[in-house]
Design a protein around this ligand. Structure first.
Ligand SMILES: Nc1ncnc2c1ncn2[C@@H]1O[C@H](COP(=O)(O)OP(=O)(O)OP(=O)(O)O)[C@@H](O)[C@H]1O
Length: 727
């Protein structure tokens, strides 16, 4: 059986190699042509070169586990499922892309609903070698040979993948996606999908595979607008950054809320209370009021002089001009042009009245220009309608307690004190949604940008036309590229930018879809910011409201999302924990419930006898620390040392973590063979095989301990295997 599968897999790799050679050859030919020829020829060559480079990168990315499954259908057809689709020379399919509809049954079919599948086979490969197969027979009535019916094992591939060593980087789960995960991954693009799942249920994995699936299934729609992936931190983005490329996708913009505003670097830290207050929904009204407060009627009338003639900036005129400018409904800085034009016109009329005659058009225009540059007029109009940048507005607001008190009456004095800070302070992540809100209300003076956009639209039309001609005459691209994409490559404006690069540089870029991970951590203001990035509200939102650790974060989805999604979102749940063995997960769930957290009910994908140890003072004849060190050493010997894949996490009372860490390190150094202890000490950052930590929410420690069925809940310590704590 293995030999037969090996032959099929060999044929696939041979085809892959052939396609790589072909793409390399085309690339070399294109490059060989050198920098000669007309500018148009050169740009055409560059375009094809990038095209072949992209194709080559995609073909290189799928080397590992090119295929991982096979479907035997009841009608006798075999279908192999893998990372990409492949056809042979005769254009017959030899491998089906995991995202194609034809592959869906690989993830969804069950014996209750076999969906035309007689047998599902998981292929286990190492490099290019088939090392094993795992079969599941779904339709027992289908005619399978005796050999086919033997050696069945349903969850083998999944359990093998869960037991595999961790690298400190997240890997894809494409070979073992489970049915409830697959339903989420393939859920329709439109609307907002909220995925609630407890710890380790694969929320991050599902979010990433969904991004790859959507780009595949809706490529035309999403390639131009792009997909935005929002994660909680830069280190988290580093942890997941291999997954999408391994799925052949590079066009996703990954960022954090703190990095989402072009030109603003928000690296400073601030207190939890300050971040919470800045995230409150009411802050959008505070920012709005701060903008409106700079559109104001002066207390007194003011006299200005032009050519020795006295003109009055009248309060009534200012009031009227403000109202008229507001009626344009444009953002503050853009509506200011209307206000200024109106006021200058009124002053020009006063000037004409002092002359006792009507001004002809040209003269009136000259007077208006003279008024516009007059210092006193400028000062008076700025006082009435101040042009501002978002940064200036926020700095000013937070640096002046009396202004904050006036503009934010909903906040308590303590809350206002928490956010107050001197001018010139560095930006923090919680400032970013406030700056974005201000940028939206202020607007940018886009006259130049609009003129340029007009010119670019004309240029684009010409590029598209040209791209269509090239495609028609050369037949190039082979279905790999359409005129739009080719036109992008032909674009003569500066260096070619990918969708991702263009999107990152543009605050007003709107994405075709936004994926938000650890979504429970986002504040109300951050949600408003993200909603602006996707006016169609096509979202995938994954998180766990029971795990919210940010003081500005969500404790319930309706409370967090209804204000921005207006109640229009659908909920899916993930119920299987793939990370933690049942022994640990069940205990953790009980503790979380005792702490009053809204935990989902989970089942663990695996059991691991002895994976949880609770060390209690009563079982510690030589003192608690010694006992913890002894137990930790034993667990490391049992698990980590045995196969190098396991992990031991030690959770201690916040006050005891440092002491526990020290004794455990000493015990490992003394108790393990020298090479093993050097190996453990040498783990790259992010991949510790043993680690000591405090509970993620130290304030829950007391309720946690009292739930752990210990009559004397004195600083229990647990050691378990293999719980990944590296995230
Ligand atoms: N179908 C699957 N096949 C194999 N491994 C899986 C599968 N689903 C999830 N995993 C693995 O389980 C682990 C947990 O997944 P992930 O980090 O996506 O969970 P999460 O729900 O985001 O966790 P958290 O709540 O801690 O953020 C990962 O190592 C992931 O690769």
């Amino acid at each position: 059986m293995l030999a037969a599968e090996q032959a099929v897999v060999d044929a696939m790799y041979a085809r892959l190699d052939e396609l790589r050679v072909r793409a390399r050859g085309r690339l070399a030919d294109t490059r060989k042509a050198g920098p000669s020829g007309s500018p148009q020829n050169r740009s055409e060559r560059d375009a094809f070169a990038t095209l072949y480079e992209d194709r080559l990168a995609q073909l290189e990315a799928v080397e590992d586990r090119l295929t991982f499954g096979r479907l035997d259908l009841t009608d006798g057809e075999h279908r192999y499922v893998g990372r990409i689709g492949l056809t042979d020379e005769a254009h017959a399919s030899i491998l089906t892309d995991w995202r194609a509809p034809a592959a869906q049954a690989f993830y969804r079919a069950t014996s209750a609903r076999p969906d035309g599948v007689a047998r599902r086979r998981h292929l286990v490969t190492r490099r290019r070698r088939v090392t094993g197969v795992e079969d599941e027979v779904l339709d027992l009535d289908a005619s399978l040979s005796a050999e086919d019916r033997s050696g069945l094992s349903g969850e083998g591939a999944l359990l093998a993948s869960l037991a595999a060593g961790r690298t400190g980087r997240m890997g894809d789960i494409v070979a073992t996606i489970q049915a409830e995960q697959d339903a989420i991954i393939r859920s329709e693009l439109a609307g907002a999908l909220v995925v609630q799942g407890g710890p380790g249920t694969g929320k991050t994995a599902v979010a990433l595979h969904r991004a790859a699936y959507l780009l595949y299934a809706h490529r035309k729609q999403l390639e131009r607008s792009g997909v935005l992936l929002v994660g909680p931190s830069r280190s988290f983005l580093r942890y997941i950054d291999q997954v999408l490329p391994s799925l052949g996708e590079t066009g996703v913009v990954s960022t954090t809320v703190a990095d989402l505003l072009p030109g603003v670097s928000a690296r400073a830290h601030e207190g939890a209370e300050s971040a919470r207050v800045k995230g409150l929904a009411v802050m959008h009204q505070v920012v709005r009021r701060a903008v409106r407060s700079r559109e104001r009627v002066p207390r007194t009338e003011m006299e200005v002089r032009l050519d020795g003639r006295a003109l009055v900036i009248r309060r009534r005129d200012v009031r009227d001009a403000i109202e008229r400018a507001r009626r344009t409904r444009k953002p503050h800085n853009l509506a200011r042009a209307t206000f200024v034009r109106d006021m200058l016109g009124r002053l020009a009329d006063q000037y004409a009245a002092t002359l006792g005659e009507r001004l002809v058009d040209q003269d009136r225009a000259d007077v208006i220009e003279d008024l516009r540059v007059l210092h006193d007029v400028k000062v008076a109009l700025n006082l009435a309608w101040l042009p501002m940048s978002p940064q200036w507005l926020l700095e000013d607001l937070l640096a002046k307690p009396e202004r904050l008190a006036e503009l934010a009456p909903e906040l308590t004095a303590d809350e206002r004190a928490a956010v107050a800070r001197p001018k010139g302070s560095a930006w923090t992540p919680a400032d970013v949604p406030l700056l974005d809100e201000a940028a939206e209300l202020l607007g940018e003076d886009d006259q130049m940008a609009r003129a340029q956009a007009g010119a670019e639209a004309a240029e684009r039309a010409a590029e598209l036309d040209y791209a269509r001609q090239v495609l028609a005459s050369s037949g190039a691209g082979g279905g790999l590229v359409d005129a739009e994409v080719l036109a992008d490559r032909f674009a003569s404006r500066g260096p070619r930018l990918t969708t991702a690069e263009r999107a990152v540089a543009d605050r007003r870029w709107t994405f075709g879809h936004v994926v938000v991970d650890e979504a429970q951590e986002l504040s109300a203001m951050a949600w408003r910011m993200l909603a602006r990035r996707c006016p169609t509200r096509s979202f995938t939102i994954v998180g766990d409201v029971a795990q919210s650790s940010s003081p500005a974060g969500a404790r319930s989805w309706p409370a967090a999302l209804d204000p921005v999604l207006r109640g229009s979102w659908r909920l899916a749940e993930l119920t299987v924990n793939y990370r933690t063995p049942a022994e640990i997960a069940d205990r953790a769930q009980r503790a979380a419930r005792c702490a009053g957290l809204p935990v989902s009910t989970l089942t663990s994908a695996r059991h691991e006898e002895g994976s949880l140890t609770i060390v209690d003072r009563r079982d510690a004849p030589h003192g608690l620390l010694d006992e913890v060190a002894r137990q930790a050493l034993e667990r490391v010997r049992d698990t980590v040392e045995a196969d190098g894949a396991g992990r031991v996490a030690i959770i201690a009372h916040p006050d005891a973590v440092e002491a526990v860490d020290a004794v455990v390190r000493a015990a490992l150094a003394a108790g393990l063979p020298e090479d093993e202890s050097a190996r453990l000490a040498d783990q790259p950052e992010g991949t510790p095989r043993s680690s000591c930590s405090r509970p993620s929410r130290p304030r829950d420690w007391s309720s946690t301990t009292s739930c752990w069925s210990s009559p004397r809940p004195s600083r229990p310590v647990s050691a378990g295997r293999p719980t990944s704590t590296s995230r």
